[in-house]
Design a protein around this ligand. Structure first.
Ligand code: ZN
Length: 464
C-alpha cells in the first residue's frame, strides 16, 4: 500500500534527510585513513646514556641522551639534557644499550598471519578480526612498529590500533589485493565459474581480501574502492603466485592497459601501485605501465634488474624460509612452484646489489602462526647478502623511504625509520649492540627491553 503525502508532510522528511547528510559528513571525518588519534599528549621521555643506531649508518654513535616529547624525538645530545623534573617526565637509564628505530615489515598481511586459508575464506569475520588483533599486538611486541599491509581487509584493525583500542603497529593498508580471473589471489573453486557479470561477489571479495577485475574499467572501480576506504597504496598481482590454485608462475596476469588503469587511478589520488611479480615479463610490463614497486621478483633476469635500476623502481624482497615450501604436499603444483621461486632468491639479491636497485624488505608471513614468532629471524637471514648494518638499515631507514611513496595518503605524516631530531618516536632499546651481534633481533622478548611507538611506551622491563 502506498500513502500519498500532503505538501506539509514533506517537511519532516526533508529535515531527516538533512540531518542524515550531516551525520554522514561527521562520519566522513572519522573515516579510515584519517589521522590517528593515538597520541602521547605532552608526555616526555628522556633516554640517558644510549648509543644510537640511526637507521642509516654503519656504526653506532657514542653515548647520547635523547628527549622524546609527545610523539616526536625533540633533542639528541652528547650533553646532559635538563628536564623540569616533573612527574610526567619518564627517565630511562639506557646503561650504554642501543637505541634504534622500530622495525618495519614492508610485506605483511595483518589479517592473514594466523588463520588457515580455509578459516580466512569460510570463517566468521568477528573471530578473524580478534585473532588478527592479538597477532598485531604480538607484532608490535616483536619490535615491528610499522607494517605495510599488501593485501587484506585491514582497515578496521588499523582504525582500532590508531584509536588506541588495541596495541599494534602502524599499518599502511592496501585493502583488497586486486587480481584477475584465475590470477594469484583468486581462490575460487572450479564450480564457481563462469562468473556472470552482476552476480553476487565471492567470499574473498565480500571480506575485502581479494577483488577480481577483468578489464581496465573494473580495475579502476576496484582501485577507487580501496582508496575510498583509506588505502595508502594499491596492490595488484601482475603474475602467477605460489599459493594460488589456478595461477602458473609463468603467467602474466593483467594486460598493460589494465595495469595502467590502476596506476592512473592511484596516481590521481597521489599514491602508487605495487605489484606481486616474479618473472621478467610480468615485472617489465608493470614498469611499462607506471608501477613503482615490485613485490618479490625472485625470477628476474639481468635485463630486468638493469631496467629496475635505471627507472628507480623499488624491489620489495625477502628470503622465504624453506619451511614455507613444506607447507604444501610433496609433488603438488604449489610445492613445485615454491621450489622454483625459492631457488631464485640468491640470484635476485645478487642482481639487486650489483645494479644497486632500491631494495626494501618484508617477510610475507602467511597462514603461519608458527613462523610469526620467528619474525626477526627472517630479517637476520639477509646477512647472507648484506652486512648486519645494511640489513638493519633496510628494515628501518630504507623501508621508511618506500613507505613515503604514499605521499599525502601516508596515514602517519612524519619521518619514520630513523633516530633523528624531529622524527616520529618509534624506538627500540636493545640490550647489546645489534650491529656486532644481529642475532639479538631474533629474541625480542629477551633483548628488546623497551618498545616505544608514537612516543608511547608499550614495553619496559627496565622500570624507571
Ligand atoms: Zn604477499
Amino acid at each position: 500500500m502506498t500513502r500519498k503525502l500532503k505538501p506539509g508532510q514533506y517537511r519532516p522528511l526533508v529535515l531527516v534527510a538533512f540531518l542524515l547528510s550531516l551525520c554522514q559528513a561527521g562520519q566522513a571525518q572519522e573515516a579510515p585513513g584519517a589521522r590517528p588519534s593515538t597520541s602521547s599528549g605532552g608526555a616526555v621521555t628522556l633516554f640517558q646514556n644510549v648509543r644510537i643506531f640511526d637507521g642509516k649508518s654503519t656504526t653506532l654513535s657514542g653515548p647520547r641522551n635523547i628527549l622524546v616529547r609527545g610523539n616526536k624525538i625533540e633533542r639528541i645530545s652528547t650533553d646532559p639534557i635538563p628536564t623540569d623534573g616533573s612527574a610526567t617526565t619518564m627517565l630511562i637509564d639506557g646503561g650504554g644499550r642501543t637505541l634504534m628505530p622500530g622495525l618495519i615489515d614492508n610485506h605483511w598481511h595483518t589479517m592473514m598471519v594466523r588463520p588457515t586459508p580455509a578459516a580466512l575464506l569460510m570463517g566468521d569475520i568477528g573471530h578473524l578480526n580478534l585473532v588478527a588483533g592479538a597477532e598485531a599486538t604480538d607484532t608490535l611486541m616483536r619490535g615491528f612498529t610499522t607494517v605495510r599491509d599488501v593485501g587484506g581487509p585491514a582497515f578496521g584493525l588499523k582504525r582500532a590500533i590508531d584509536e588506541g583500542t588495541i596495541a599494534g603497529p602502524r599499518i599502511f593498508p592496501s585493502g583488497a589485493i586486486i587480481t584477475i580471473t584465475s590470477g594469484h589471489g583468486d581462490f575460487r573453486q572450479q564450480f564457481e565459474v563462469p562468473r556472470v557479470l552482476g552476480s553476487p561477489q565471492t567470499r574473498g571479495e565480500l571480506l575485502g581480501a581479494a577483488m577480481i577485475a577483468d578489464s581496465p574499467d573494473e580495475v579502476r572501480v576496484r582501485v577507487r574502492e580501496q582508496l575510498m576506504q583509506g588505502a595508502s597504496q594499491i596492490k595488484l598481482t601482475a603474475g602467477g603466485g605460489v599459493a594460488s590454485p589456478h595461477s602458473p608462475l609463468d603467467a602474466s596476469t593483467f594486460t598493460e592497459a589494465e595495469l595502467r588503469a590502476a596506476v592512473e587511478a592511484a596516481g590521481n589520488w597521489g599514491t602508487y601501485v605495487t605489484v606481486h611479480a616474479y618473472t621478467p615479463e610480468s615485472i617489465q610490463r608493470a614498469i611499462a605501465a607506471g608501477v613503482k614497486c615490485i613485490e618479490h621478483g625472485h625470477l628476474m633476469d639481468e635485463a630486468t634488474a638493469r631496467l629496475m635500476a635505471e627507472k628507480g623502481i623499488w624491489l620489495s624482497m625477502q628470503a622465504f624460509p624453506d619451511e614455507l615450501a613444506h607447507a604444501f604436499p610433496p609433488g603438488s603444483f604449489e610445492r613445485e612452484k615454491a621450489m622454483e621461486v625459492f631457488a631464485g632468491t640468491d640470484a635476485t639479491f645478487r642482481l639487486a646489489k650489483k645494479y644497486k636497485i632500491k631494495t626494501a624488505w618484508g617477510t610475507d608471513i602467511l597462514f603461519s602462526p608458527q613462523l610469526a614468532p620467528r619474525h626477526g629471524e627472517l630479517l637476520t637471514k639477509l646477512v647472507q647478502w648484506y652486512t648486519p648494518a645494511e640489513t638493519l638499515a633496510m628494515a628501518t631507514g630504507t623501508n621508511a623511504e618506500l613507505l613515503a611513496l604514499s605521499g599525502k595518503r601516508n596515514p602517519y605524516p612524519g619521518k619514520l625509520g630513523v633516530v633523528e631530531e624531529g622524527a616520529l618516536a618509534d624506538l627500540l632499546l636493545v640490550d647489546g649492540d645489534p650491529i656486532a651481534n644481529i642475532k639479538l633481533i631474533e629474541d625480542p622478548a629477551k633483548n628488546f627491553v623497551l618498545i616505544m611507538k608514537d612516543g608511547k611506551i608499550y614495553k619496559n622491563t627496565l622500570g624507571r
